[in-house]
Ligand binder design. Structure first.
Ligand SMILES: [Zn+2]
Ligand SMILES: [Zn+2]
Length: 343
């Protein structure tokens, strides 16, 4: 079968590889039909993360079931499904707590298309066939009302943006939200959409990028242009709910400095370098809650899917064209904040 393979910085290639086999009675084989480019994919494809290739590329996907193991109860061949990018079993202690990003039944950080599981070959979202080792635990039916293109990102970047504001707005209904946009391009914009959908009375989207600011303005957010180096040190107001999607030191400092005493600041990235200083003394004095970590993809998917079905969050709100799988190598370094490909 054909598989889009990451070989090295700016080097993606279609390769002929063996089709995966059902690894157990709980597994399924699926054929991806739509793929969204995760924010991370752009930097992985550029080589910014120095992840050694080769590995199957792409991880936000919807698919059609091709085969299921004998003990799979929820799905049959032909079903359309959303495939969460994190591989997880659904039954270990961590999965039962809802921590699907930390399943102990698979290797740490096991996911499709990111080169994080060198010993297991699940495939990538641009492979002809992908192995889903725990079909009932992982897969979610794609409703008829949601297109494959719209469903592809619901378990990753849409969920990642959603969870940064959902808990805060549940606890403090209507509360203003500040989002510092940046390198996690679509996650910041989805956080902005989620904050509006969840009833925040004031959503401020701050960024140095005019294209993303224009998207946020069009969606109904109050926008604030930051200089490239964020020479502004903080927003003039304090916010109880703050999101740092910048993945830069300047953005993180701005976000934490703008977080109100006892407020909540969520970071959606560890940055490109992996090392960043934190303003701990002021965070300590204010008593802010800084959360950083990967989304629990499968758990949050229920909520993003609900909003997509209700029409309150549109995963394609800032996608201006749907591309073909054949375009993916050429398009992967396109600077637009979200790309979607259909087979
Ligand atoms: Zn991703
Ligand atoms: Zn597990």
């Amino acid at each position: 079968m054909q598989q889009l393979t990451y070989l090295g910085p700016q080097k993606l290639e279609w390769q002929e590889v063996p089709r995966p086999k059902l690894c157990s009675d709980e597994a399924a084989l699926v054929r991806p039909i739509a793929v969204a480019r995760c924010d991370l994919d752009l930097y992985v494809a550029m080589g910014a993360y120095k992840t050694p290739g080769p590995f199957a590329f792409g991880h936000e996907m919807t698919a059609v079931i091709e085969e299921v193991g004998d003990s799979v109860k929820g799905f049959v061949p032909g079903d359309r499904v959303i495939v969460p990018f994190q591989i997880h079993c659904g039954t270990c202690d961590n999965c039962r707590r809802g921590w699907t990003n930390a399943c102990t039944a698979v290797s740490p950080y096991a996911a499709y298309g990111l080169g994080t599981h060198p010993t297991s070959d699940y495939g990538g979202a641009f492979s002809d066939t992908v192995l889903v080792p725990y079909a009932d635990a992982m897969l979610v039916t794609l409703p008829d009302s949601i297109s494959p293109a719209a469903g592809a990102g619901l378990s990753d970047n849409v969920a990642d943006g959603y969870r940064t504001v959902a808990n805060g707005l549940r606890e403090f209904p209507g509360e203003p939200v500040l989002i510092v946009g940046g390198l996690a391009q679509s996650v910041g914009l989805y956080a902005m959409h989620a904050a509006l959908a969840l009833g925040s009375r004031r959503v401020v989207y701050a960024d140095s990028d005019d294209a993303r600011l224009s998207i946020a303005k069009h969606a109904g957010a109050e926008i604030l242009k930051l200089s490239d180096m964020h020479t502004q040190t903080r927003h003039e107001d304090d916010f109880l709910i703050v999101v740092d999607a910048s993945a830069t030191r300047e953005g993180l400092m701005y976000a934490m400095a703008s977080t109100a005493p006892c407020g909540f600041c969520t970071g959606v990235s560890g940055g490109l370098s992996g090392m960043m200083e934190l303003p701990l003394a002021s965070a300590y004095m204010k008593g802010i809650n800084y959360q950083v970590g990967r989304v629990h993809s499968r758990v949050v998917l229920h909520e993003t899917l609900h909003h997509a079905c209700q029409g309150t969050i549109d995963p394609l709100a800032f996608v201006d064209e749907v591309l073909s799988f054949d375009d993916c190598i050429e398009a992967m370094l396109d600077p637009r904040p979200k790309l979607v490909f259909c087979r």
